[in-house]
Design a protein around this ligand. Sequence first.
Ligand code: G6P
Length: 492
Amino acid sequence: MDDAPVHARVLVASNRGPVSFTLDDDGTTTMRRGGGGLVSGLSAVVGSRGAGTSEPTGKADVIWACAALTDADRQAARRAPGGRLDLAGHDTGGAAVRMLDIPPPVFHRAYNAIANSTLWFVHHLLYDTPITPNFDVGFRREWDSYRAYNRAFVEALADDAAPGAKVVVQDYHLTLTPGMLRERRPDLRIAHFSHTPWAPPDYYRMLPDEYGREVLEGILGADHAGFLSQRWADAFVACCETFLGARTDGRTVEHRGRRTRIGVHALGIDGPALSQRAGQPDVDGRYAALREIVGDRRLVVRIDRTELSKNIVRGLAAYREMLRTYPEWQGRVVHLAFAYPSRHDLPEYREYTAAVQRIAAEIEDEFGTEDWGPLVLQVNDDYPRSLAAYRLADVLLVNPIRDGMNLVAKEGPILSERGCALVLSREAGAAAELGEDAVLVNPYDISGTARALHGALRMPAEERLERCRRLAATASALPPQRWFADQLAALD
Ligand code: G6P
């Protein structure tokens, strides 16, 4: 029977899946495919022979388990047999997708309160420590939901996995999944991958001991724990030593008689695919409009989600300080700052968005003239416009206070037409690869960032082009296909 459950030999688990739904007026749902590295990484194995094994590919060789994130997702998941969207007639691009309809209150506590307000804050060092965090009785209830959410993934994966299958579990939403799944299905080969930084032990110890240990032990349920840079891998290993007393030689961690290998897999860009997309007519249209705004002035670009870790406010403060300290730039430069909405369920994010808008207005007020707008802040998400801005940029500013990798820093140089100088935070994972050809900054040092912007704007055209070429080569050296294949290979 065509829609009989089929056991997969490769399974991916992530909170956000490769597709999402919107609700139409007549109550039906419409599916949209997502972008992002994970989707393109998986597309390389889905439908290929054997998905990392030598056996022929079957219909459900690869299953991707994800959570329903919205009401529309839930409806679609409920209508699909066993949550399997591909069996409900959706064309999911070759992957079998199982969307989990986790009860909304459980989902919200797991996603907003634990994943995004606790683990994300810990790994990005975001707490305002005199005030937060507060691990009280409410937190303990939220943690129970985080466990239940992870348990829902474990049940789905355990049901869908063929004997000895490979399971690649993604990110901080699912840290408990490897350990729980190991207990349930000891035959499986499990990898966990962290897309975030990892907190150093002195910050990680803020978590109540039992929860801090639960996260570490959850990940150590995997055979392989992957990170985007050596720095984050080292921090994880240090936490395992400090809080579990685990034994380690740096490349493996041994705990309770099990050994987990630690891997570093940087994630880069599929350069040809990105360039192809950036040459489409919708991008060309935006390109012309942006050119009109910029005129013959120099252009500084930044593109981020409006995310606390992205450090947009200090980035704008640095631009302001540059205009004050090096007034020769007044009237001669424009800063395009694209700050797209993100996680607006969280009050900290709403307040941060307001702070970004406040400082943008101050800059406009201080410097704007009749024929010169020093700053263009755009908060509506427009992907083709972002691609157009990359093409035009003279300087790209990427100054997160901490970032697992940061793909903006990699996309920009690939698309830049005249060669852009990259001003990059030394706290981004990407700095490990791009540091030599970027201008590195301490993200808290506003004066240092202002100087770096000034220097980048003054960099001789030839040097800029040369550096940009090397940045682009490095950025596309490890495309998502390779990154994903490496994770699978690590389980052999
Ligand atoms: C960024 C991070 C990922 C994370 C994702 C979640 O891309 O680098 O580590 O999984 O955000 O974003 P979301 O919008 O799904 O909360």
